[in-house]
Design a protein around this ligand. Structure first.
Ligand SMILES: [Fe+2]
Length: 243
């Protein structure tokens, strides 16, 4: 295996509620690398009204991070995207480049309020698909209005939506609902990517190794490699894999 591919992280400092300074940003990246991550996508929140217009600063911080890490970690692939909080103007934000797809692909990481109605989530994702994007539902285990109805998430996946889980949710790091739902989705293999959603090096850290060991043991090694590495390497980092 070539290393974990983490498509959801808030490593860039000063652009959202993730890293607060350059030292905090480097500490997250170092922890990710030490624990086996070799592909890392920075996905600052794009949430107008909450995190402001952060597209220029995100690019500046990303470019300086990339330069700084080239010598220390030459085998770490960094990419830039956003975590888009869905709104009616979402497709327009993407078209105008105010909000970024992941690594300039067609894939868009999208999140919603935790209490958003399941039907509204489905409708929004369909709209993004109709606009030509491939939505990835961020931390799909969190949305409480799905209850334990994993089949509705499976239907979204059948429609073409990709499903991302946060690693920490598997162990109850967010709430009881998310723990339960993440395990149901894993059991039924309704998952495309597991990511860290790292914000710091404490309780929202970038370590994927513990979750990878758990998923390999419980749900199979091949499946674990797909959702921790192979899918994202192929689809987001546009790299052919021969694992
Ligand atoms: Fe996030």
């Amino acid at each position: 295996m070539e290393g974990f591919a983490d498509i959801h992280s808030h490593i860039l400092w000063g652009v959202d509620d993730g890293a607060v300074d350059p030292e905090g940003m480097l500490a997250i990246v170092q922890m990710a690398y030490r624990n086996g991550t070799r592909f890392l996508c920075a996905t600052p929140h794009y949430h107008p009204g909450f995190f402001g217009e952060n597209e220029q600063k995100s690019l500046q911080v990303f470019n300086s991070l990339k330069t700084a890490l080239q010598r220390q970690y030459p085998d770490l692939r960094l990419a830039l995207g956003n975590e888009l909080r869905y709104g009616p103007a979402a497709a327009e934000w993407l078209e105008k480049g105010r909000c970024r797809t992941l690594n300039e692909s067609d894939y868009v990481l999208v999140d919603f309020s935790q209490s958003e109605a399941a039907g509204k989530i489905a409708e929004a994702l369909r709209r993004l698909m109709n606009a030509g994007y491939r939505p990835i539902l961020a931390h799909a285990e969190r949305y409480e209005k799905f209850g334990r109805d994993w089949k509705s998430i499976a239907q979204l996946r059948d429609m073409g939506v990709r499903i991302q889980l946060d690693a920490a949710s598997i162990f109850g790091g967010w709430d009881r609902h998310s723990k339960h739902m993440s395990r149901i989705l894993l059991k039924h293999q309704v998952v495309d990517y597991i990511a860290s959603d790292a914000h710091d090096v404490d309780h929202r850290n970038p370590d994927l190794s513990k979750a990878f060991a758990f998923v390999s043991n419980q749900y199979g090694g091949r499946f674990a490699e797909d959702i921790f590495c192979r899918n994202a390497q192929k689809e987001i980092f546009q790299r052919s894999c021969s694992i």
